[in-house]
Each structure stands twice: as C-alpha cells, then as structure tokens.
Design a protein around this ligand. Structure first.
Ligand code: ADP
Ligand code: MG
Length: 379
C-alpha cells in the first residue's frame, strides 16, 4: 500500500477525524566529498526519493501522541525534559520538540502517524529524514514557519547529539531540509554557505549497493584520522586542511609521518574533486563525475584506509562492468557503494554485483535505486 494511504488510514483509526496535515522529508546520498567536513572542506549531498511522511494534527493539550507504522508501536509523552520516552524511535521526535523549545520556539501537543521507505541504518540517513519531517512540520504548525531552515537542520543535528547519542555533523539534516529535485547541494563546511548544482543524469542511473557489512572498529580509527589531519594542518600553520594544496604538503613531507602524509594527501585531493565534479556537472559531463568517484574510492581505500574487502570488491565489480563511477559512500568500514551507471549497463551490473558478491561473501548485497528529489515539504 502507498505510504500516504497507510498513514491516512491509521491516523483516522487511531485519532479519528478531522485529518491532519501531511508532511514529508527525505533520506540523502552524498555524491562526493568524504571526510572533508571536519577539515573545513565541501560535501555534496542531495535528498532522494526515499522519504518519511507524517500526518500531524495539533491536539490542544500539552501531550504528544505518536504512532509509528513501521515499528507497529505507539508512544505518548509530555514536552518537558523529564518526559523522554522509552522507545528509541520516539526519542527522535521528542528531541526535535525539545530542541525547538530550547531555542525559544513553540511546540504544543499533537497527534501524529508516520511511516517511510528510507532503509534504516543503510547509510541513507533515515534518522535525519525523521528529524527533518518533524522539525519542518512543527515549524509550520506552531511557529508560522519563522524558524530559519538552517536552524531546522541544526535542530535535527542537536537531537542526534542530545537525545540519541550520535555525534554527527550537519550534512544529513542539511540535505534532508534543503534538498531539491534534480539538484545536488555543495555545502562549504567552514562558511556553511551552500550552492545548488544541476544533477540530471540523463541516460544514467544512480544506484547504491549495500554490502550489509559493518566491521567492528578497534581503537578509534576515525579519531586517529582526524588527528592526522590536525597535525598536518598545524605543521602548515593552518586552522584546517581546507586551505592546503599539494605543494604545501610536499614542503613539509620530511617533517610528517608517512601515515599523516597519506591522510592529508587524500583530504587535499578530495576537496579539489568536489570542485571538479561541480564544474563537470555544469557541462553535463557525467564521465568526469564518474572518474572522480573512482578516484575518491582509491583515495579512501589506499590513502585514508577506511575501506574494507567487501567494498573494494564491489568497486572492482563496478569497474569490470564498465560502470561510469563507483565509490564508498559514508565513513567507511562497511555500508554502501554509490554507483553512476549507464542505463544499458544497469541490469548486467546489478546481476554481476549480486551474484559475485553472494558467491564470495555468502549473502546478497541490497540494491537501492535513488533519484535526487525534494527534501522537507508539506504535501
Ligand atoms: P540511518 O543511517 O538510517 O540514519 P540510524 O541508526 O541513524 O540509521 O537511525 C535509524 C533509527 O531511526 C531507527 O533505529 C529508528 O529509531 C529511527 N527511524 C528511522 N526511520 C524510521 C521509521 N520509518 N519509523 C520509525 N523509526 C525510524
Ligand atoms: Mg542516522
């Protein structure tokens, strides 16, 4: 059944008439720009055609009553800090309410039913979609839309930090709120300025291949990478690697470890690749976009060393099948590859990826087709 129909039916059954207002927000991909955010560089995400929808109606009380269709579960809570609900899924909504209130916004009681088709925990940021749909809706219903969209993204991010124990950046919520059909958004993680670029890959499809593996990380590999970047930046007398070029790196090569050199080399290259991809998109040159994606994968695998056997395997399959671009999406050590594939190669690539991966690793990868679509909106 269509998500919207299911929500409408359950809303009527649970809360009765009149109907509430329907809102939606989306999951996201990041085409290129990995491990750049904490180096003051660029990310390049877009919202996708996988979303969470919520039907919401203020109820004139100070209580929130929620029904999650996908969890087949309900929750009820007040709006004070001490009212934090038991269920994890409800904490995302509670957190958004609290973060709006903390910023001086208004949230009254409401009834809501929500459901979605963003796969959970697959790297498409279902949690940001959930935060964003409620942040956007509560801004519309209780605050006459006065909260600035960037603040809505921050409300989602603070929800993760303060109520869900996830210390994330701003990209996911940003993409979910700001996303537009056929546009990717380059976000400058230092100035927080953003710019839209056309993404209409006629003749190509974007598809994610989810390895469904997540390697247990020993130590703090992400922190170590961050520290490498900080050390090199400090050696160069810079706040962050954003301002460094390859020449600068060569100048200090003798003073830094090989490991720090490799990490910084990746970050400097990655900043430039985002800019190159943006320029290529302006020309509609998807072959260059694809080439940059492969370069990012190489860098993540060999220089930044955050890949894993399964993701390198999927990248190899893509290369052999003539896929235009393919790379790890996300922090690494598991999760998905994102692939830009010519229409005519699509079926053959998917067949090869699924069968070869299964033969090697004993389980099938999951396949998610994505189309760049609108982010948070009223339906
Ligand atoms: P992701 O990478 O998809 O964001 P997270 O672990 O950050 O993965 O967030 C997933 C969590 O978000 C789920 O465990 C659940 O609590 C909540 N969530 C996401 N989508 C839904 C949904 N459709 N219905 C209920 N809860 C959801
Ligand atoms: Mg998440």
């Amino acid at each position: 059944m269509k998500i919207e129909t299911e929500i409408r039916e359950q809303f009527k059954k649970t809360f009765g008439d009149p109907a509430g207002t329907m809102y939606a927000s989306a999951g996201r991909i990041n085409l290129i720009g990995e491990h750049t955010d904490y180096n003051g560089g660029f990310v390049f995400p877009g919202a996708i055609d996988k979303c969470i929808m919520a039907e919401i109606r203020p109820n004139g009380t100070d209580r929130v009553r929620l029904r999650s269709v996908d969890m087949d579960d309900s929750a009820e809570f007040g709006l004070e800090e001490s009212d934090k609900p038991e269920q994890m899924w409800a904490r995302y909504v509670f957190g958004v309410c609290r973060e709006i209130i903390k910023r001086g916004g208004r949230v009254g009681g409401f009834d809501a039913v929500f459901a979605g088709n963003v796969p959970l925990g697959a790297g498409l940021s279902s949690s940001a979609a959930l935060e964003s749909v409620f942040a956007f809706a509560l801004n519309d219903l209780f605050n006459d839309g006065r909260i600035d969209p960037f603040e809505l993204a921050r409300i989602g991010q603070s929800t993760e930090h303060n109520y869900c124990g996830v210390n994330c950046g701003i990209m996911d919520q940003f993409a979910s709120i700001f996303g537009r059909k056929n546009k990717l958004i380059r976000l400058d993680c230092r100035s927080m300025e953003h710019e839209y670029f056309p993404f209409e890959p006629e003749g190509y499809r974007l598809v994610l291949v989810d390895s469904v593996v997540k390697h247990e990380l020993v130590g703090s590999p992400y922190n170590r990478r961050r520290e490498s970047c900080e050390r090199v930046a400090a050696r160069l007398g810079l706040d962050c690697l954003r301002d460094a070029g390859y020449d600068d790196l060569e100048r200090v090569r003798g003073d830094i470890s090989d490991e720090d050199y490799s990490r910084a080399h990746f970050v400097i290259g990655e900043k430039q690749r985002v800019l190159d991809v943006c320029e290529a998109l302006g020309r509609g040159d998807y072959e260059t976009v694809g080439r940059c994606m492969y370069e990012t994968h190489e860098g993540l695998s060999k220089e930044y060393e955050v890949s894993c056997e399964e993701l390198d395997f999927l990248n190899d399959v893509a290369r052999k099948e003539g896929v235009t671009g393919s790379r790890i999406m996300g922090g690494g050590f598991g999760g998905c590859t994102i692939n830009l594939v010519k229409n005519e190669l699509y079926d053959k690539f998917i067949d090869a990826a699924v069968s070869k991966f299964e033969a090697r690793y004993g389980h099938k990868p999951k396949i998610y087709d994505v189309i760049i679509s609108d982010g948070a909106h009223k339906c």
